[in-house]
Design a protein. Structure first.
Length: 326
């Protein structure tokens, strides 16, 4: 292979803005103007530089775009609560969002909920996590004309979420069809506007079965908190034969609570979760959501928000995964 062939087939990651400048015989500033459509150079020189960038397969990194484009290339990922990054679900979601944003040449930075007022100074758009009652972030960002997407149920602005209500409906129907008649729901979503609870209520209403709700407060350790609250509910004996958990973390705590009391799963009590988290849900009957697709759709909607399109909501399909617990 000749030297020229080697240069032509160079992998994209080897091409830099410095190489373009050297090949074109111009300054780095001129290359930056050409790549970003800025004035200050002739159209002939701009086209010459762009052709060289195509020839050597130049692809600017997300960090480089942030330096060139300023905060317009930066996306603030706003946490609903300061500690939610400790949860496995959000760790996975962060990973997928970061990958999806980098593929679009954008740079994510993270904000705690109480840091939201500083977001417009550092980012040109935002993705809001962990929808919660009384959330003031959408109104604040809208008032500052900052494009944003919420990962949560329909509401203000663009949003995307798994079909929570249908997922819990599927899990509850599964237990009912398996002969369970005393089915409880455990979670911190016990308000009437919470979609997962509504799926549970719909399935029970259709079957003519009574509700049994176990409210769990927000905590740093959802599994441990679910363990404690289910333990109190079970005394002196198991007043249920099915348990629908708001998420896989609650389900893991409940399984341990049942095991510690000698209650057999699923023979005596069947248990379902939601999310299908790796390792955590290895043996758990649960509702699977596609977290990777959720991130991609969120980034796609963010592009629409930046372009000024009309806001819309996307419900992503979910699947019931049957395993050993129910």
């Amino acid at each position: 292979m000749s030297r020229d062939d080697t240069q032509t087939e160079r992998p994209a990651k080897g091409a830099t803005i410095h190489e373009i400048a050297k090949a074109a015989g111009v300054s780095i500033a001129s290359v930056s103007r050409a790549l970003n459509g800025k004035p200050g150079i002739s159209e002939a020189l701009r086209e010459h530089i762009l052709q060289i960038s195509r020839d050597i397969h130049y692809q600017p990194s997300a960090a480089a775009r942030a330096l060139i484009g300023g905060k317009a290339a930066v996306v603030g990922i706003s946490l609903g609560r300061q500690d939610i990054e400790l949860r496995p679900y959000y760790i996975l979601l962060y990973q997928h969002l970061t990958l999806a944003l980098y593929r679009q040449g954008m740079v994510p930075i993270f904000f705690a909920c109480d840091q939201t007022p500083t977001l417009p100074e550092r980012a040109g758009s935002a993705i809001l996590l962990s929808d919660f009652p009384g959330d003031e972030r959408p109104g604040f960002l809208a008032s500052r004309r900052i494009p944003f997407v919420r990962i949560g149920p329909p509401g203000e602005g663009f949003s995307v979420a798994p079909d929570d209500r249908h997922g819990i409906y599927l899990a509850t129907r599964h237990l009912i069809e398996g002969g369970r008649r005393r089915i409880a729901f455990i979670g911190d979503e016990l308000g009437d506007d919470r979609h997962r609870l509504q799926g549970y209520q719909q399935a029970l209403a259709e079957a003519g079965l009574p509700e049994s709700l176990i409210g769990v407060p927000f905590s740093y350790d959802p599994a441990l908190t679910a363990y404690r609250y289910l333990g109190r509910f079970l005394q002196p004996g198991p007043p249920l034969d099915g348990l629908v958990c708001e998420n896989d973390e609650f389900a893991r705590g409940c399984l341990t609570a049942l095991e510690d009391r000698g209650i057999r799963v699923p023979e005596q009590v069947a248990v379902t979760g939601f999310d299908d988290l790796p390792t955590l849900a290895a043996q758990l009957t649960t509702v699977r959501q596609d977290i990777g697709r959720l991130a991609v759709e969120a980034v796609g909607l963010l592009g629409e928000a930046i372009a000024g399109a009309r806001p819309r909501h996307i419900d992503l399909p979910v699947t019931l995964i049957r395993r050993q617990t129910g």
